[in-house]
Design a protein around this ligand. Structure first.
Ligand SMILES: [Mg+2]
Length: 260
């Protein structure tokens, strides 16, 4: 298990495809925002183009590859964005998996989380006080505050007050804060993409694992990769549990295209 954070070296899409294509059975897992599609000012604008959907469909049809997209987004939303037959979809950081047959498989066992998330959404709303540029997302098992369009100072103030005001509830219900790319999330401790990776691993024990991701929430998944490769998607060199790096979602698409 690779637990040493290093600066994963850059690899070209062609060289990565060559490394992966040599294996008999491959489980290809990837994050959505910032990995498969570029990050947009609003999450609803980050949509895959036809070309990408076609590549994913082609890959899913090849018996050698099993594909899974693991994201912080709600599973229903992922299904709408990625109508690709044969794809596994892991939503809310792996709280729920939608199988290629359309079955919802819950991996998050804690009860009562939904209620407390709703309370925290109301609290976030009170902290924002109708200021523009914020978006609160109730994801049932987690809550996200998006502030990409809010401006630096208002965002700092809102986050500071939300973090302070939510402290008691977060402690009481064992919830953790997670800072991503202009997004603040609250989720149950222990709920992370690594759980979904482990679940998929049980179903495909022989497969070579590849996980591609760009953000802090992907580091838990990189840590779970034993027989395989973690690939950070980042323009810049930075410490990560991944072992290699691609520059951008465009390079990810290139890599997938070469495999297909
Ligand atoms: Mg991402």
């Amino acid at each position: 298990m690779n637990l040493n954070r290093n600066n994963p070296p850059l690899i070209s899409p062609a060289n990565l495809a060559e490394k992966v294509a040599g294996h008999k059975e491959v489980l290809l897992m990837m994050d959505y925002d910032g990995t498969l599609v570029s990050i947009m000012p609003r999450p609803d604008l980050a949509r895959p183009d036809k070309e990408l959907l076609k590549i994913l469909e082609q890959l899913c049809r090849l018996p050698k590859y099993t594909l899974a997209v693991l994201s912080g987004r709600r599973p229903e939303e992922l299904r709408e964005l990625l109508p690709v037959p044969g794809l596994y979809l892991g939503g809310v950081h792996g709280a729920v998996i939608i199988s290629p047959d359309g079955d919802f498989i819950p991996l998050q066992a804690r009860t009562g989380v939904e209620k407390i998330i709703t309370t925290l959404c109301k609290l976030a709303d009170e902290c924002i006080k109708n200021q523009p540029g914020f978006l609160i997302e109730n994801k049932r098992y987690a809550l996200a505050i998006h502030y990409r369009l809010a401006g630096f100072e208002p965002a700092e103030k809102v986050l500071e007050s939300f973090i302070k005001e939510s402290k008691r509830l977060r402690r009481q219900f064992d919830l953790e804060l997670l800072k991503g790319k202009e997004i603040l999330e609250v989720r149950p401790k222990g709920l992370h993409k690594g759980n979904a990776v482990s679940w998929l691993k049980k179903n495909l024990p022989q497969a070579f694992f590849v996980f591609l991701g760009d953000d802090t929430t992907d580091e838990d998944a990189f840590k779970c990769i034993e027989n395989g490769l973690g690939v950070l998607v980042s323009e810049h060199l930075r410490p990560s549990n991944a072992s290699l790096r691609l520059k951008s979602p465009l390079e990810v698409q290139k890599f997938l295209e070469l495999l297909a």
